[in-house]
Ligand binder design. Structure first.
Ligand SMILES: Cc1cc2nc3c(=O)[nH]c(=O)nc-3n(C[C@H](O)[C@H](O)[C@H](O)COP(=O)(O)OP(=O)(O)OC[C@H]3O[C@@H](n4cnc5c(N)ncnc54)[C@H](O)[C@@H]3O)c2cc1C
Length: 394
């Protein structure tokens, strides 16, 4: 399909130091290009099989064999032994991009489920609003599922955009101090965009199958494909636990929780604005954000205080901490959106769109943000329950 294929490969040169400090980066082409640019000799790198996978069937994950005959030729990229550092340039971009994949799959799953729920006729509405059976979207639980899907997807999308804005500021803001703050904020948010959005996409894709009922199990609808495709997102480019380790160690313990607490302070300012608005939706959001912010502060204090002395206890709660922080950060973005939507609604702009934004944000506050205090309890009070069972008892 392509004239040549270029593989970026991590490998060791002879005599390289042990471990990750001895890894270099190479370009290994399928064809060794001649001096005049013509595709030349076949290199000794061969695809020996294509993996059979749970999902993402259009992506050809392959087993490559290097140097089985005379030895594959690779060209060093940059300096020897700095391969892992170079790889992380790509990896950091990829982590953000995989978070976006999660949001994209979730959005598609939502659209499919919403369309189906308007068509599928089954059961009489509990309030008797229809004389006989009606479309399933009239059942409160189906609405709850669709709203969960929509609110989580919108929250994660807003979070990803907020992170992207920090990235832009980190690179292009005229004020050097702001560039530094934005870089730190972006680095804190990346494991949340990757870890939380991908875990969220699994829940959303699973709800998509649920909304379809038995038809969700039937390939014809396409709902199951999103669930299968979403599963890899919480695994590649670093599993959710690896994102959580990054959040706990490099992004929280290392600066004594400073960046995490600066987010809490910004969330508190949003709570004040919500209370000034005073609408039922804004007050509900302020209350749940406040509980979530306190939960974040408790968890950050726990991580910072115990990190050195009790690493097992801290890492037992790393994924719940990531889910807590991601959930709260996404909810905070929806709170900001709620305030903008209220202003625009009052100005008579696009009323239906603004009302939907407000309703979705309120749903997130009451049904998704409410999970945050439970996650806090798992981190702060639940460590002994994890560490208590020795490995040999499994
Ligand atoms: C379809 C597909 C495509 C891929 N594409 C690429 C690619 O293009 N390039 C590439 O380089 N790689 C690729 N990978 C590899 C992928 O990045 C890894 O599979 C992934 O990072 C997980 O690593 P692992 O398989 O070694 O799992 P392991 O590291 O063995 O993890 C197994 C389990 O243990 C947990 N675990 C491991 N270490 C820790 C820890 N320190 N703390 C807490 N929990 C831990 C993990 O979270 C996981 O639940 C691909 C994988 C798949 C399935």
């Amino acid at each position: 399909m392509a004239e040549n294929i270029v593989h970026l490969v991590l490998a060791r040169v002879a005599g390289a130091p042990e471990g990750v400090k001895g890894i270099s980066l190479f370009v290994v082409p399928k064809f060794l290009v001649g001096a005049d640019g013509s595709p030349g000799v076949r290199n000794d790198v061969h695809c020996v099989s294509i993996e059979h996978k749970l999902g993402i069937k259009a992506s050809p994950t392959a087993v490559l064999q290097f140097g089985d005959n005379d030895g594959a030729v690779g060209f060093l990229v940059g300096e020897e032994n700095r391969g892992l550092e170079y790889m992380f340039i790509m990896m950091n971009a990829a982590r953000y991009a995989v978070g976006l994949q999660g949001i994209a799959v979730a959005e598609r799953a939502y659209q499919l489920a919403a369309a189906y729920a308007k068509e599928r006729v089954q059961g009489r509405p509990v309030d008797g609003s229809l004389p006989g059976a009606g479309p399933i979207i009239h059942h409160p639980d189906v609405k709850r599922m669709l709203l969960t899907m929509r609110a989580m997807t919108e929250g994660c999308r807003a979070l990803a955009l907020a992170a992207a804005a920090e990235y832009d500021h980190a690179h292009a803001h005229p004020d050097a101090a702001q560039r530094k703050r934005s870089q730190a904020a972006y680095e804190f948010l990346v494991p949340l965009v990757k870890g939380f959005s991908t875990e969220m996409s699994l829940e959303v894709a699973s709800l998509g199958v649920q909304v379809h009922g038995g038809m969700g199990f039937i390939e014809e609808t396409g709902a199951a494909q999103y669930l299968r495709d979403a599963k890899i997102l919480s695994i590649y480019e670093g599993t959710t636990a690896i994102q959580a380790n990054d959040l706990v160690g490099r992004k929280t313990a290392r600066d004594g929780g400073a960046v995490a607490r600066s987010f809490a302070a910004q969330i508190e300012a949003t709570e004040d604005a919500l209370r000034s608005s005073g609408s039922a939706a804004a007050l509900a959001m302020a209350r749940r954000l406040g509980e979530g912010r306190q939960a974040l502060l408790d968890v950050v204090a726990f991580v910072v205080e115990r990190f050195r002395a009790e690493p097992n206890a801290v890492f037992a709660g790393s994924v719940p901490y990531l889910l807590l922080a991601g959930n709260l950060a996404a909810g905070w973005q929806l709170a900001r959106a709620l305030l903008v939507a209220e202003r625009k609604l009052a100005a008579g702009e696009d009323a239906a769109f603004m009302r939907a934004k407000i309703a979705v944000a309120r749903f997130y506050a009451e049904h998704v943000l409410t999970r945050v205090p439970g996650l806090r309890h798992s981190v702060v009070d639940g460590a002994a329950a994890v560490t208590g069972l020795p490995a040999e008892m499994f």
